[in-house]
Design a protein around this ligand. Sequence first.
Ligand code: ATP
Length: 271
Amino acid sequence: MDFSSVDRTIADLETCLDTTREVSPTEELLVGVDLGTAFIVLVVMNSRKEPVACAMEFAQVIKDGLVVDYLGAMTVVKRLKAQLEERLGRELEKAAIAVPPGTGESDCKTHGYVVEGAGMEVTNLLDEPTAANAVLGVQDGVIVDIGGGTTGLSILEKGKVVYVADEATGGTHLSLVLSGAYKVSFEEAEEIKRDNTRHKEIFAAVRPVIQKMATIVKGHIVGRNIKAVYLVGGTCCLTGMETVFEKELGIPVHKPANPFLVTPMGIALSS
Ligand code: ATP
């Protein structure tokens, strides 16, 4: 798959973390809120579906897709919303949200209450890999979204989601392993892991967890005629993930240049 246009749009979105594009006072804005285990991300796109502003914060208020600190989550979303409103000179009134596949109804509602509590009407709620596909446009294959807490996947056939699954292994587990191996705090381990220049050095230590993620995916796709796997989510930024997956699954594994912001952008596009 040619990811060049996806890569360009995501690179464009990345620049919107620091810069803000002008928007007219009346045009419709698409807003996505990604309430993640590790990061809460707000993305704003204009009516032409171009990124205009983005803000994010590291927060441990969600665990394995469930809101464990409602007030904390609402406070972060409120803060990010206020930041973006100030930058854009526009009020953000509506947003789409996404949850890991298989999240129960009452937990979905709680995600919605967080965003509503922060002052936005929730216009759409979808699962994370499906949100990612609003950016990728995969017709046939599996989208695997590995975030902080979970490995989620959506199997697509002719552009339709036919199967979803989610299991509690994600980037947090890699950081815990690194924290033990390097005898540093969890926060320091997170920093080391997110430093792309250290990926080669840490790979041997985290490989067993990556192997486990690949085995999880294998368990869900075995017996199906899957032609390709698409990796998204912050954890897939790890250099060499795709090689472990390809070896375990025996099918081509594709990854955009920056898999981190794909799902948040897809949520905004689905608003
Ligand atoms: P979930 O989807 O599980 O609820 P989330 O939405 O917070 O969690 P993402 O924002 O997609 O997940 O990814 C967060 C994870 O990605 C964290 O564990 C973070 O440490 C990891 N991560 C972010 N950037 C990098 C990087 N450059 N290298 C390795 N890991 C990274």
